[in-house]
Design a protein around this ligand. Structure first.
Ligand SMILES: [Mg+2]
Length: 297
């Protein structure tokens, strides 16, 4: 993204960037730039002109750094000031790099490459921090963050939110009988079944050892029960072939479904507790089944 109040400078920048293969979003002042940066999937590599009416480049950078929980945005400050004091002020605001006007296109090109590398690295680290290494699903923390966000959205949109907790029955026996490596294989296959059974906008996490959890936005209890039952049947029928022994492992699983109405005062944490109790009930009633609690209203 470019933010520059000077039409000629904007045009030169845009042409250069398009030439180098970037998709470019052009903004003409600080307000437009901030508006663009407030969108959920805003560009994360930006060139900010320092001197602009309204918010200037340094203001924007400060606001960006103060904001929490959004993706990392690499900022190159474009400035015609070149005294040492100004430079320190620019860097202090949190810019990653700066370039002085009039800029040398080749230099800008390579500085942008550095920015790209940093942004890609940042995203990779974030992805790793959110992912369960064994199954590739969301880890517990990432799942909870997502669930919290979906709960807020369900309140806003006036829609139900449901979750299904799933637990592999007698998983310890799998490890004891077939070894830990095959135990891991069972977890991976189980995760794959969950992912395949879900819709695109559902989200699946590994909650703990052999416990998994599915988030179902915009979904009521009845639909969640049906989904859980469908997965239960898939798992029950699924034969997992071990790579070394040529044997097949079969497992069953228990499910707890819970749902929360949009207008309910209950929190996403209450929803987790409700699903947890339902899962406990499914285990108590003999496993390989789906249990549920009434929708939280
Ligand atoms: Mg300017």
């Amino acid at each position: 993204m470019i933010a520059d109040d000077d039409a000629l400078s904007r045009k030169v920048l845009e042409d250069s960037l398009l030439d180098w293969g970037y998709d470019v979003l052009v903004t003409r002042n600080g307000e437009e730039a901030w508006e663009a940066l407030s969108q959920p999937n805003h560009p994360n590599l930006i060139i900010l002109d320092w001197m602009m009416p309204g918010y200037d480049g340094v203001d924007i950078c400060r606001m960006l750094r103060r904001r929490q929980g959004s993706r990392y945005t690499y900022v190159i400050l474009l400035t015609s000031r070149d005294s040492r004091k100004d430079l320190v002020m620019g860097l202090e605001s949190g810019v990653d790099d700066y370039i002085t006007k009039p800029f040398d296109p080749e230099e800008l090109k390579y500085r942008l490459r550095i920015g790209e590398r940093i942004v890609a690295l940042e995203e990779r680290i974030l992805r790793m921090a959110r992912t369960d290494y064994l199954t590739g699903l969301l880890n517990r923390r990432a799942f909870m963050e997502r669930l919290e966000g979906e709960r807020n959205r369900s309140i806003r949109d006036g829609k139900n939110l449901s979750i299904v907790m799933a637990d592999i029955d007698f998983f310890k026996r799998v490890n004891d009988l077939y070894g830990h490596q095959n135990g891991d294989l069972v977890l991976q296959e189980f995760a794959k079944c969950l992912r395949e059974a879900c819709r695109q906008y559902d989200f699946v996490g590994r909650y703990g050892g052999e416990e998994f959890i599915i988030g179902l936005p915009g979904t009521g209890l009845e639909e969640s029960k049906l989904l859980a039952e469908r997965i239960r049947k898939i798992i029950e029928a699924h034969q997992i072939k071990t790579p070394d022994h040529n044997t097949f492992i079969q497992v069953t699983s228990s499910f707890g479904a819970a749902s929360i109405a949009s207008q309910s005062q209950a929190s996403y944490d209450d929803l987790i507790k409700s699903a947890d109790r339902a899962l406990y009930q499914a285990k108590k009633d003999g496993r390989n089944r789906v249990a549920w609690e009434a929708t939280l209203t």
